[in-house]
Design a protein around this ligand. Structure first.
Ligand SMILES: Cc1ncc(COP(=O)(O)O)c(C=O)c1O
Length: 392
């Protein structure tokens, strides 16, 4: 690494965009004495639903919880099958395993890293109940094709939209398109509340079921039992979960929602700078955009063309770390992990596209708090590594 490309301090891989407004909003909640689910959460749900143009937004404490409750709401049973992509985070498939059901993994498109609908149809069996398309990095999967298959075989569609706030698919915001949609507000996400998530749906029955099951299976509005409006009476209608969102998180969420478009614009601008800097380099493959979806760039996933380099991906990452650039990998595909390989007997090459992408991708820092100098540091470090380790 040349001295000119080494930063003095580490550029974190991700950082939330927090300013005084969030600090004040959370302080106000703490000072109010109402710490758990309450009026701020009700307001956050209302504004979130209005922003996406969807009937119901049900807050929970993670996208994992959101997907779990969505599957519960559609009545997933033991030994049922749910089709999703192997190129995703642990949560997407683990929620299926919570039911002793089977996540049926399929391969992805090499350009967008999103689920390949042709492979979905080939994986449908009489046991299939649902499809969970994941919008990798935020760019929407081919939802029209997914819905056509779902309609043909009477399957439910639950979108893993952990990365897709905000994403427009064919002019419509992700959140009101499929049966149910799950969002994440984890600390690194495009709207961050530390931990948090949301289920959106236009279906009254599923929304009600999620509301009940996120708080122990208690009959409606159970949180109100500690307020003047509430009653001490409650009824348990099922063994639910403890997945409710706190008012402290919702206060953060409300401010973040008001900043969403501004934060998004900054990430899109950074992506454009990366595209320009890396686009002409045969050693680097920049994100491929589709005409159907906007890209919110929760992640900027760069593929390395390892044949054009003398170093492997691990060494590339090590060089970036030495240059004080935070970097990550999204993802090691699910079928390559011990649990799924042991349970279903997968070999790494069973999903050739996901395997190839999973072995050659890196995620670069992209968040609204990055300064122009930070962006230049990332570009210089990446270009320095490719220049010094070019094959041939
Ligand atoms: C694609 C995807 N789905 C789901 C999740 C889980 O989100 P959460 O941490 O809010 O449960 C993540 C988290 O990183 C993710 O990347």
């Amino acid at each position: 690494m040349t001295n000119s490309t080494i930063r003095e301090t580490l550029l974190p891989f991700a950082q939330p965009d927090i300013d005084q407004r969030e600090i004040d909003a959370v302080s106000e909640v703490v000072a109010s004495g109402w710490l758990t689910t309450g009026p701020k959460t009700v307001e956050f749900e209302k504004q979130f639903a209005a922003y996406l143009g969807v009937k119901h937004a049900v807050s929970v404490n993670s996208a994992t919880a959101a997907m779990h409750l969505a599957l519960e709401a559609i009545g997933l049973q033991r030994d049922d099958e749910v089709i999703t992509s192997t190129f995703t985070f642990a949560a997407t498939a683990e929620v299926v395993r919570y039911f002793d059901a089977k996540p049926v993994l399929v391969d992805i498109h090499a350009d967008t890293f999103n689920i390949d609908p042709v492979q979905i149809e080939a994986a449908v069996t009489p046991k299939t109940k649902a499809i969970i398309p994941v919008h990798v990095a935020g760019q929407a999967a081919d939802l029209d094709a997914v819905h056509a298959i779902a309609q043909k075989y009477n399957l439910r569609v639950i979108e893993d939209a952990a990365h897709s706030l905000p994403t427009c698919y064919k002019g419509r915001l992700i959140g009101g398109i499929s049966d149910l949609t799950a969002f994440s507000f984890y600390a690194t996400k495009t709207l961050a509340t530390g931990e948090g998530g949301m289920i959106t749906t236009n279906n009254d029955q599923w929304a009600d079921r999620c509301r009940v099951m996120r708080l122990h299976g208690m009959s409606k509005d159970a949180w109100k039992r500690y307020t003047g409006e509430g009653s001490w009476r409650y009824d348990l209608i099922a063994p639910g979960f403890k997945y409710n969102l706190t008012d402290m998180a919702s206060a953060l969420g409300l401010v973040q929602l008001s900043k969403l478009e501004t934060m998004n614009a900054r990430r899109v601008a950074i992506a454009a700078q990366y595209d320009t800097a890396f686009g002409g380099d045969p050693a680097l493959i920049t994100p491929v955009l589709t005409a159907d979806s906007t890209h919110p760039y929760h992640l900027y996933i760069l593929r390395l063309n390892l044949e054009a380099l003398t170093i492997d991906r691990a060494a590339f990452i090590e060089h970036l770390r030495q240059a004080n650039i935070g970097v990550s990998v999204h993802w090691i595909p699910l079928h390559m992990h011990t649990y799924y390989a042991n349970l279903y007997g997968y070999q790494p090459e069973d999903y050739p596209v996901a395997h190839a992408v999973g072995m050659s991708c890196i995620s670069l820092p992209i968040y609204s708090k990055m300064t122009d100098a930070d962006v230049t540091d990332v570009i210089n470090a990446v270009c320095d590594i490719t220049t010094r380790h070019r094959a041939g």
